[in-house]
Design a protein around this ligand. Structure first.
Ligand code: ADP
Length: 702
């Protein structure tokens, strides 16, 4: 049982921590009213009237006529997640319902797709969420290991959250990522020199031949399957004959002079959260992981087949006899996995300017995201009806070479959340809590039916959303067609009404949203937009249309830049950021550049400050959540008594609404209603389907 949790970390306290035992903090979505909910009162989780008149900030006002007077709209509160909840969810806790009440009261639901992360499940169960079946559309948060289809994104309600943006594979597939960076490099020049020289076979064979001829015969290449991970299928080669050029592979120049610590090669995993692509809003977590190769680094052709020397993946190195596991969260620089901060402190002791290094890493992250911004923003515009629906946590893998130049290796779609060591658990539990808090999960009952839109907007919608069950349509094909049609009509309504808003309205909403995020970003540091980013990066940004949301957001936050982005200073800043050979520390920067980057460099101090302190506010083990906490549908009786447990589209269509059942059968005893239900053809097919899908068991009442 995790008993060693205490209130706050002595170093940099987490802003969202719970401080007293009977209350937790929740927040209104625009951050203007962070409140403490007293959980001892029964109605603590009733929706509250917001203190000021305002609409749901991220939501297009569907079909709203401009002349309509303002109405008071209930704005759902947002949950502030904290790993503190882990210690209460265990059966022995005296205050077991402290956090579970949050989800239980409003019957919140999470759904996992192609992801079985125990950490994610534990966090949601600790907050009283139930797990939805993979077929259910009634969920508050969907955490998926893959991308969603466009129609699923289009049908999301404003309070639903999904952990991926459409088309983010532009960053997370190795070939796409490298090609996007290469395209940006062709457009904007050497500023995008952030990935090693590369080619993708078989389409770039000519380029590969050129790489071989310029690199010399001893030049090693690292060869990777384009959509694989964890070091699988990676090998080093020095001759073209060693590479199967007909396969789809990413071949890149091997960085043969990595920065070594104690003679070992390492790479760093950084966690980057994006809450919007247009305008781009990026956060970097202030802690990361340093992963070491298990064996000492030797650059010699004879060692090229030794993975534990050249590859730094934990999944490979943990099998080495020489791998030393980190056994204590507070011992951050022992074994073959360190924290980012421990690594930076070590480098600082070696006399390196780690603030400049982190400033360059932030620059690399921003440029990587800019290289794919236009295509992801276009996909968001087409498929995502509500801007707050999507958020994403990327895992950036970065290698630092001997001249302290950071190189981007890859961007992970679903960074590993396994907690094999106390260090992993301490870092990742807080990370996921912070990212969910940042995404802003509203406390809305996913089955209450009236919540897909705020009351005001729903009632005045030009295309009122059609959410009633599809009753009376027999064939599955017909039902599906009807549902898709309804979804399309609903999203058309939202998109049409979004267009009715002026650009200023939309830009104001972006601004309000970013300001609200600032208050709930926990240990995330916003690296874009930030003071002077418009000056430095606007010449490297593609034209996303006349809306100019990036510029509008920047100017709303910081006011117009006093200098011009094409001025000598802006150019000099960009040049000195990239010039690792001449500029190795802050003092070597031009005074103008130093002045401009000062706020960034000050913020970069945080990356080496973080320390995991023994007895600090982090869990020492994942609590075992009783499986009964996952309330699954058991019988048709349960379905009737508690219709929200009926998972899956089919059962939802027919069985989820007790009022409809009552209207059809009257308020009679459940069993007789069910007997009658079972006689209808629709119900029988539902029962069959539900059994096939294993959604329910023991469904028929004898
Ligand atoms: P995967 O997705 O399979 O983990 P990566 O691109 O992260 O693939 O590469 C795996 C490991 O190989 C990295 O952790 C790093 O140690 C090493 N590596 C990858 N690319 C290079 C490179 N260009 N130069 C040197 N080492 C590299």
């Amino acid at each position: 049982m995790p008993t060693s949790l205490t209130a706050t970390s002595p170093m940099l306290p987490f802003r969202g921590d719970a401080s007293d035992s009977n209350s937790i903090r929740v927040q209104s979505p625009d951050a203007s009213s962070t409140s403490t909910l007293d959980l001892t009162t029964a109605d603590a989780f009733q929706d509250r009237e917001p203190t000021a008149k305002r609409n749901w900030p991220m939501e297009p006002e569907v079909g709203e006529a401009a002349s309509q007077p303002e109405e008071r709209v209930k704005t759902p509160e947002l949950i502030r997640f904290t790993p503190d909840a882990f210690k209460h969810v265990v059966a022995t806790s005296a205050n077991r319902h402290k956090y579970t009440r949050v989800g239980a009261k409003k019957r919140l639901v999470f759904k996992l797709l192609k992801n079985e992360s125990r950490l994610i499940k534990t966090i949601f169960h600790s907050y009283g969420f139930e797990q939805a079946s993979p077929y259910s559309q009634h969920f508050n948060v969907l955490w998926t290991g893959t991308h969603l289809r466009s129609h699923c994104l289009r049908s999301l309600a404003p309070w639903q959250r999904v952990n991926h943006f459409p088309r983010s594979y532009e960053l997370t597939r190795k070939d796409k990522l490298y090609e996007n960076v290469a395209r940006a490099s062709a457009l904007f020049g050497a500023d995008f020199d952030i990935v090693p020289e590369f080619c993708v076979t078989p389409r770039d064979i000519d380029r590969f031949r050129r790489m071989c001829s310029t690199g010399g015969s001893r030049q090693p290449f690292i060869v990777k399957p384009v959509s694989s991970s964890r070091g699988r299928g990676i090998f080093l080669a020095t001759r073209p004959e060693e590479i199967p050029l007909s396969s789809v592979l990413l071949i890149s120049k091997y960085i043969s002079d990595p920065y070594l610590i104690n003679g070992h090669k390492f790479d760093i995993r950084l966690y980057v959260a994006v809450t919007s692509f247009n305008p781009l809003v990026v956060y970097l977590y202030d802690e990361g992981m340093t992963r070491f190769a298990a064996e000492k680094y030797v650059v010699h052709v004879k060692t090229y087949d030794q993975q534990h020397v050249h590859l730094t993946n934990y999944s490979l190195n943990k099998h080495s006899k020489q791998y030393v596991k980190n056994e204590r969260a507070d011992a951050e620089n022992t074994g073959h996995k360190w924290t980012l901060s421990a690594m930076l402190r070590h480098m600082a002791e070696e006399g390196r300017d780690v603030e400049v290094l982190m400033m360059r890493i932030e620059d690399l992250i921003v440029k990587t995201l800019l290289s794919a911004q236009s295509s992801i923003a276009a996909a968001c515009r087409s498929y995502v009806a509500y801007e707050a629906n999507c958020f994403e946590l990327f895992g950036f893998d970065i290698l630092i070479d001997n001249s302290l130049k950071p190189w981007l290796l890859e961007v992970n779609l679903s960074p590993s959340l396994s907690c094999d060591s106390p260090l992993d658990l301490a870092l990742k539990s807080r990370l996921i809590c912070d990212v969910l808090t940042l995404a802003g999960v509203p406390i809305v009952n996913p089955r209450s039916g009236d919540t897909s839109l705020s009351p005001r907007s729903a009632s005045r919608s030009a295309h009122p959303p059609t959410t009633s069950p599809v009753i009376g349509v027999r064939s599955t094909k017909q039902r599906r067609a009807l549902l898709l049609k309804r979804q399309a009509i609903n999203s058309l309504g939202r998109i049409a009404s979004a267009k009715e808003r002026t650009l200023d309205d939309v830009a104001r909403d972006h601004w309000k949203r970013v300001e609200a995020e600032e208050d709930r970003c926990g240990r995330f540091i916003r690296i874009f937009p930030r003071k002077h980013t418009w000056l430095v990066y606007s010449p490297l940004m593609e034209d996303l249309g006349s809306e100019n949301y990036d510029q509008r957001l920047y100017e709303n936050l910081y006011g117009p830049e006093s200098e011009n982005a094409r001025d000598a200073t802006a150019l000099l800043v960009r040049r000195q950021i990239m010039d690792v050979n001449t500029i190795v520390c802050q003092d070597e920067m031009d005074p103008k550049v130093q002045k401009l980057l000062k706020p960034v460099l000050i913020e970069c101090v945080a990356y080496s400050q973080r320390k995991t302190v023994l007895g600090g506010n982090y869990p020492v083990a994942l609590p075992r959540v009783r499986t009964s906490a996952r309330k699954r549908t058991k019988s048709l009786l349960d379905l009737y008594a508690n219709p929200r447990q009926a998972d899956g589209t089919i059962s939802r269509l027919v069985l989820t609404n007790p009022k409809e059942l009552e209207a059809e059968f009257g308020p009679r005893p459940v069993t007789s209603a069910l007997t009658q239900l079972a006689e209808t053809e629709t119900t029988q097919s539902v029962v069959r389907k539900a059994r096939q899908l294993r959604l329910v068991s023991g469904l028929l009442v004898e």
